[in-house]
Design a binder for this molecule. Structure first.
Ligand code: ADP
Ligand code: MG
Length: 176
C-alpha cells in the first residue's frame, strides 16, 4: 500500500530550523531505528544529524567524520552516525557489515544512505533534503513501514507541512 505510506514535507529556512526539525523527530526514536539521510553535498545532512543527536540528549559535538565510517555518541539512546561520502566504491562491500548488533540498542543515522542501495532495510525513516546554500530546504520525511509513521506523528504542528507536488492538499493542521 505504497500510496498510504505516511509522508510529510517540511520547509526549513536556516540550519537551526533543520536542527530543530531533527530534534523534534528524535523524540520518537526507539532502539534499533534507522534514519536515511539523502541530499547533495551541503544540503544539510550533517546539520540534521546534529539536531537529531541533540534531541537524543547527545552533548558531544557531532561532526562529519572524515575517515571514520561510524561514530558512536552517548545520549538517551546511543547514536550511531555513519557518513558514506568517501565510501562510494566500498559501500557495497561494507553494506553487509554496516548494521551490526550494537546498533540494535541505538539509532543509526546514515548520510549518503542511497549509496547502500538494496542493502538499506525497508524499515527506516527516509529524510530527503533538497536545496543548498542559502536556499530554504524542502525536506521530505517518509516512513518506510508502518512502524516509522510514529516519526511523522511526532512532528509538532510548528513544522507546517508543504503541499506535496502532486497537488495533495497541505496536511497543515490536520492529523492524518
Ligand atoms: P551535508 O552534510 O548535507 O553535506 P551540511 O549539514 O554539512 O551538509 O551543511 C549544510 C550547510 O548549509 C551548512 O553550512 C549550513 O549552515 C547551511 N544551511 C543553510 N540553510 C540551511 C538549512 N535550511 N538547513 C540546513 N543547512 C542549511
Ligand atoms: Mg555531511
Amino acid at each position: 500500500m505504497e500510496g498510504l505510506t505516511p509522508e510529510r514535507i517540511v520547509e526549513t529556512r536556516d540550519p537551526a530550523g533543520t536542527r530543530a526539525l531533527a530534534g523534534a523527530l528524535a523524540a520518537a526514536a526507539r532502539p534499533g531505528d534507522l534514519i536515511s539521510l539523502v541530499g547533495e553535498l551541503g544540503a544539510g545532512k550533517t546539520q540534521f544529524a546534529k539536531g537529531f543527536g541533540a534531541g537524543l540528549g547527545v552533548t558531544d559535538t557531532i561532526v562529519s567524520p572524515s575517515f571514520v565510517l561510524m561514530t558512536e555518541y552517548r545520549g538517551r539512546l546511543p547514536l550511531f552516525h555513519i557518513d558514506l561520502y568517501r565510501l562510494a566504491g566500498a559501500a557495497e562491500a561494507l553494506a553487509g557489515g554496516l548494521i551490526d548488533e550494537r546498533q540494535a540498542e541505538g539509532v543509526t543515522v546514515i548520510e549518503w544512505a542511497e549509496r547502500l542501495e538494496d542493502a538499506m532495510p525497508a524499515g527506516r525513516l527516509d529524510v530527503l533534503i533538497e536545496g543548498t546554500g542559502d536556499d530554504p530546504r524542502r525536506i521530505v520525511l517518509r516512513a518506510g513501514d508502518a512502524g516509522y509513521a510514529r516519526y511523522i506523528d511526532a512532528l509538532p504542528a510548528e513544522f507546517a507541512a508543504l503541499a506535496a507536488e502532486a497537488g495533495e492538499p497541505a496536511a497543515e493542521g490536520s492529523s492524518r
